[in-house]
Design a protein. Structure first.
Length: 325
């Protein structure tokens, strides 16, 4: 498989170029796969979603998508995967709700790297278990894109499928491996995927697990998910979603004193993080209109249980990283 982008390869910047790419890949996929089955770990992120839509167009029900909900997704994300791929595209989709399994393993674990290893390792186990239940799978599809090849020798490790046991011998299908992220988005739009999925922000593999700081508890995770949904909705309403590179909320494992209904409260703070960057190596913090921040604050304090403060993180990178953990 050629993993070097030809110097003469035209960048995909228009719908016409995207349609040409799609037609070429459909032909290549059908030639590679034939009448065999293909397995894909469908996270709902940009890359895996575009690969899924492309493969559905090429081989239909020969593609088996597995979506694992580890309980650390943002609000509505698993539901969107089911709606788009199962209900709209009629995909052969296996949905696994492994929330309890992941959160039970994470109980009491507060060290960031330990949390990442548990989440990544358990994802591989769940995916492995589901893969072994299936018969006739010959190929494994991955949402590898060109920066992954440049940075990690072709293995898209953050999808975790690179860690499957060696006895599961699958040939790889990587139809967008020579594309950059902006090109993948153009292709996704041409395939008819919703803008909210195609333009989805970078999201860490451990999901909200690295934004619910310290040991994850279900109530604090719920507060984090609800606060994040409010932030995203209000940034949408203010026209900021396409202008700010990444934004999210963080809930630390600490409490602050507040007053609610005339009584002392001992609740969590919510921290808003928003950054602009070109390459993620450095980042600046955008100046958000005070009225927007005030509306977000008022909504979080009124609608999210267990929260008594809202803070805005002003730290650029360096010295602060984009994520808190």
């Amino acid at each position: 498989m050629n993993n070097k982008r030809p110097e003469t390869m035209e960048r995909i910047t228009t719908p016409a170029l995207a349609e040409k790419f799609i037609a070429e890949q459909i032909e290549a996929i059908r030639a590679q796969v034939g009448d065999k089955k293909v397995l894909l770990a469908l996270s709902g992120g940009v890359d895996s979603s575009v690969v899924a839509a492309l493969l559905i167009k090429a081989i239909g029900k020969q593609l088996v998508c597995v979506h694992v909900n580890h309980g650390l997704m943002r609000k509505g994300e698993s539901e969107q995967v089911i709606e788009v791929f199962q209900n709209q595209l009629d995909a052969n989709l296996i949905y696994i709700d492994a929330t309890d399994r992941f959160l039970d393993l994470l109980a009491g674990v507060d060290e960031p790297e330990a949390k990442r290893k548990i989440i990544g390792g358990e994802f591989i186990k769940v995916f492995d278990e589901e893969a072994r239940k299936l018969e006739g799978i010959s190929f494994l599809a991955q949402g590898t894109i060109y920066p992954d090849i440049l940075e990690s020798d072709g293995v898209k490790a953050h999808h975790n499928v690179g860690g499957l046991p060696e006895d599961m011998q699958f040939e790889l299908v990587e139809p967008v491996r020579l594309l950059f992220k902006d090109e993948v988005r153009v292709v996704g739009t041409a395939l008819g995927l919703p803008a909210s999925m195609v333009n989805r922000q970078p999201f860490p593999g451990p999901g909200l697990g690295v934004r619910c700081l310290g040991a994850i508890t279900r109530d604090r995770l719920h507060a984090l998910r609800e606060a994040d949904a409010i932030l995203r909705e209000e940034f949408d309403n203010a026209g900021l979603t396409g202008k700010v590179w990444q934004f999210f909320t963080v809930v630390p494992d600490m409490r602050a004193t507040g007053v609610r209904d005339g009584k002392r409260a001992w609740d969590w703070p919510v921290i808003i993080r928003a950054v602009n960057t070109v390459d993620a190596m450095s980042a600046t913090v955008p100046e958000i209109d005070w009225n927007v921040l005030q509306k977000i604050t008022n909504r979080i304090l009124a609608e999210v249980p267990g929260v008594c403060r809202v803070c805005y993180d002003l730290t650029p990178k360096p010295i602060g990283t984009i994520e808190w953990e």
